[in-house]
Unconditional design. Sequence first.
Length: 273
Amino acid sequence: MTVADADFADMSGTLMVDRPILEVVGVSMSFGAVTALADVSMHMMPGEITGLVGDNGAGKSTLVKLIAGVLQPSSGEIRFEGIPAAFGSPAAARNAGIETVYQDLALAPNMPVWANIFTGREMTKGPQFLQILDRKAMIERTRAFLSRYDMNVPPIEGAVEGLSGGQRQIIAIARAAAWGSRVIIMDEPTAALGVAETRAVEAVIRNLRDEGHSILIISHNLDQVFRLTDAIWVLRRGQMVGMARAQATTPNRIVAMITGAAEAADGAYHGRA
């Protein structure tokens, strides 16, 4: 890690006052002879929006899959609320309180909004030996939950295929937040959305932070990263090259770290010394 600016934090965490809610500690991941991540460390602070940026192939998707339990690291560990967490599956990560919203959203377009919110967590009623779906209760709870986000959506009983791209994104985010999740990971949350829909999705993300969720956003849109995030981590060629508080750095500095120009500049500076 090359850190030439005072605005970049110590990755050891010694300067932090609060304990991170999520830590990646010395994680490496290899696929045969290919090393996707090499000794990567990062952390997320509770109640903050954290950005993860880097060029294509930097290792962002691999890191997200490790945190989400899709993959297990070749070495290193992930700590959740200070405790080593070996998530053997996405279900284990979800049960611990980590939800992930991928770019494909994983919504069932032919199913109604309420059914997508409750997929895998259906409410039932009746005696134990003859339980049936409690459709009315799920519809009511879905309506109450979505009303928190000032959404203009078709009827809760309408199919998701009738929603706009932005509305689908908000449904996917709402589903992730509906089950007491502590950490929500969002992969390119506004890709291919228009200006108005992007603004609506970003408002939902801010609301979630204000409610106490910790959010990790993976995005190529640096304008969005600076609008939303509290801290920005930069991956380059499978290595974590630095972290900065968003208010204490600039887009140019982040771009320089993404491309390697910052490292080259620091090397030239030390060479002259």
